[in-house]
Design a protein around this ligand. Sequence first.
Ligand SMILES: Nc1ncnc2c1ncn2[C@@H]1O[C@H](COP(=O)(O)OP(=O)(O)O)[C@@H](O)[C@H]1O
Ligand SMILES: [Mg+2]
Length: 322
Amino acid sequence: MRYAIQAEGLVKRYGETRALDGVDLLVPQGRLLGVLGPNGAGKTTAVRILATLLRPDGGTASVGGFDVARQAHQVRSLIGLTGQYAGVDETLTGVENLVMIGRLLELSRADARARAAELLERFELTHAGGRAAKTYSGGMRRRLDLAASLVGRPQVLFLDEPTTGLDPRSRTELWSVVRDLMADGVTVLLTTQYLEEADQLADDIVVFDHGRVIASGTSDELKATTGAQVLEVRPLRPDHLDLVVQVVADVIAEVPTVTGGKAVASVRDPAVVPAIVRRLDDLGVVASELSLRKSSLDEVFLALTGHPAEDRQADAKEEVFA
Ligand SMILES: Nc1ncnc2c1ncn2[C@@H]1O[C@H](COP(=O)(O)OP(=O)(O)O)[C@@H](O)[C@H]1O
Ligand SMILES: [Mg+2]
């Protein structure tokens, strides 16, 4: 298999902080790798190294077979980057932004204009193409930024938290654009703090925490790592909740949490379900909901790290979104 992105043992230090502490990554051509991690985990640092914007203190990486340190020029000709710091010029119009990039990439004026029009159309920005980017909504800006990263038809695209700060509708729109790109065979490395986003888009996921990869695999594999499924039991009669909690606790030998009128517990052995059903039946308790589901990525993250995914704001520099 050919790998579009390969990294081995990447290290980056800022004083005492190890932004990256020996990171390995492998992305096969045409696949989307989701890099999932809380603020400050090292996602942007990894992207900046792979995009040749930052030199690692240790380790090696290649993109499209070119070494990011020694063959930065070749790497740059293959990649597109959409950063958290949006790359669009606020004072220029949508069209002007894209044409300018096309010209920087040495397209003829006519080709640059044609490419700009094509991209604006694709991102449903044609109507706004003549307006200054500063008048755009957050979702429109993010789409323009993504369009800008595609002017040079990159084979490998880095999307650094492309949907952070977007409303749910803009987020779903962006997801569909990313899916289109994947259908075109573009290799994508997408960073995100949203477990759902990685779940939706990524073929493979690596989980970053404190500059290290703490888990990797497909979404299903990650969900299976914790070995647990989640049992949820809701009694038809709310006043039966205590009984339900007692029965579940007896059967799984662990007290379930109570949330939204139901008992919720992590279980390893699905055979507990019939046992719970029998016990409830004996007690005359009717369940309006009784389900066993795979743990969510949120729950997986918690199980892997011992803290929720949103927990690590403290030492991360607050990033400003345009
Ligand atoms: N230029 C910098 N100077 C000092 N520390 C930095 C710099 N860039 C990043 N860091 C630190 O490195 C760590 C990883 O940051 P970053 O890669 O931006 O994480 P993420 O993108 O996952 O939020 C954080 O602790 C951050 O504060
Ligand atoms: Mg970041």
